[in-house]
Structure formats: structure tokens, C-alpha cells
Design a protein around this ligand. Structure first.
Ligand code: 6PG
Length: 249
């Protein structure tokens, strides 16, 4: 585990989300002051919903929404109104409730039945936004979750996407789910100024111990492969998720 990782163990999920919200506000205001804008990639799944709700209520007046630009680090291969859509969750929990211009929100067009084309389209969206014909875009903040199998974004153990070094966005076939998932690749994750994991609940405890304390190959433990080359890595954990760690504070 990178020695530069900051591990923050909060007593309850509520405290975890409050701490994560503070980090989003800090990072956003710092980025806007330094570069005039804040670029963030949202994670999916269920954990971040409480954070998004918090940002839409408690941080409604402290965030520079009109200077914030929203992307997704991964998406399910479903339309934007599907119950499983990461975009739908973020839109309902936050984006539809705050004054962010519609043009600042870049969802993955996962309704495209051709997942490979959807990934390529999103890659072009990133390149156009960052005005980068090649190279890796640098997000100010990427939020990530982690599954009980230590997957992150849609980079699952044993999948081809773990080894992608050239593309920014891929359609990753996940055999155990029998579906493609659209995902940032590790080069994008590891180029970020800051990556913040939000991990809550005892069902993540064993995977978290593998990631943070055990010498397990990245192929089996993808979250371990998130190692920003020139950026911060923060783990926001609650006591339940951290319950198997030797370094439990
Ligand atoms: C997704 C995610 C995925 C998620 C983990 C944790 O699209 O599902 O991006 O990586 O963060 O599976 O999901 P939970 O927060 O629901 O436990």
C-alpha cells in the first residue's frame, strides 16, 4: 500500500459522509481558486448516495456549482433512467437539486447497445473537454467505492480492464455479472490530483484488509492498484469497514 495513502476511520457512516463532504468542498474551492474550475468524477453503487444528498443540502451554498464539472468513473450498461444507473442515482440525489449548469454534467451514454462504442464516445468526451488529443486527463477529484471483492469503478478481479494502459475508458466484460460495465481505466484513476475512496460496512472489511494490509496481487485486489502517481489518496472508512484492520485506530 502506498505510504502516501491517508486512512481516515470515522465512527459511523454519517461521520464518514460528513468528512467526505468536507473534502469535496475543500478540493472544489481550492481548484476553482487555482484553476477556475473543479473537475470531479463520481463513483457509483449505493454508498455515495448519502454523500450526494449531503452535498445537495449542507453544501448547497458553499460549493461553486457553476464552476464544477461532473463526470462518472464508471457506469452500468443501462439507460440513464434505469434503476441501476449511476447517473440516475447522482441526478436524483444531488444534481437535480443544485444550480449546476446542465452543460457541466457529462454522463456516460450507456444506453448505447454497443458498449464499446459508448466507451469510445466517453473517451472522446474527456479528450474534448480537456483539449487533449493524447495523454491522460487529470481530474481534481475522483470518488471511488469498493466492492466486497475489492473491485473499484468497474475494474473487477480477473477482468481484461485491469490491464488497459492506452485507453481512458473501456467497456469491461464482467463474466460474473454477465454484462459489460463502462469504466475509467487505471491510467485515468492514477492521474488524479486526489482519489477518495468511500467504504462503509462490515461486508467490505475483509477486502479492505487485503487492500491495505496484505500482499495480494492487484489482479485479485483491483482497489490496491489505485496509486495516484502525483496525487493524494484518501480512504474514508467507517469503523465497520475498518473492523478487520490491524491499524484500527
Ligand atoms: C458501481 C461502482 C462500484 C461500487 C462498488 C461499491 O457502479 O457499482 O462504481 O465500483 O463503488 O461496487 O458499491 P456499493 O457502494 O453499492 O457497496
Amino acid at each position: 500500500m502506498s505510504t502516501s495513502a491517508e486512512i481516515r476511520i470515522l465512527t459511523t457512516p454519517q461521520e464518514l459522509f460528513a468528512a467526505a463532504a468536507e473534502e469535496v468542498v475543500r478540493a472544489a474551492n481550492e481548484a476553482v481558486a487555482a484553476r477556475g474550475r473543479f473537475t470531479i468524477a463520481l463513483s457509483g453503487g449505493s454508498t455515495p448516495k448519502a454523500l450526494f444528498n449531503l452535498l445537495a443540502t449542507n453544501a448547497r451554498t458553499t460549493l461553486p456549482w457553476e464552476r464544477m464539472f461532473f463526470f462518472w468513473s464508471d457506469e452500468r450498461h443501462v439507460p440513464p433512467d434505469h434503476p441501476d444507473s449511476n447517473y440516475r442515482m447522482a441526478n436524483e440525489a444531488m444534481l437535480s437539486k443544485v444550480p449546476v449548469p446542465a452543460g457541466n454534467v457529462f454522463r456516460i451514454a450507456a444506453e448505447n447497445p454497443d458498449a464499446v462504442a459508448a466507451a469510445a464516445t466517453y473517451e472522446q468526451t474527456l479528450r474534448k473537454f480537456y483539449q487533449l488529443s493524447e495523454g491522460i486527463p487529470r481530474f481534481d477529484l475522483i470518488l471511488l467505492g469498493m466492492g466486497p471483492d475489492a473491485h473499484t469503478a468497474s475494474l473487477f478481479p480477473g477482468t481484461k480492464g485491469l490491464h488497459e494502459k492506452a485507453r481512458l475508458v473501456i467497456a469491461n466484460w464482467v463474466e460474473k455479472l454477465k454484462t459489460h460495465r463502462l469504466s475509467f481505466t487505471f491510467p485515468v484513476l492514477n492521474a488524479a490530483r486526489c482519489v477518495a475512496f468511500l467504504v462503509s460496512g462490515t461486508d467490505k472489511a475483509a477486502a479492505l484488509k487485503s487492500v491495505l494490509e496484505e500482499n495480494v496481487p492487484g489482479e485479485q485486489c483491483p482497489a490496491k492498484m489505485v496509486q495516484p502517481s502525483d496525487g493524494k489518496l484518501i480512504w474514508f472508512l467507517d469503523r465497520a469497514a475498518a473492523s478487520a484492520l490491524a491499524t484500527q485506530s
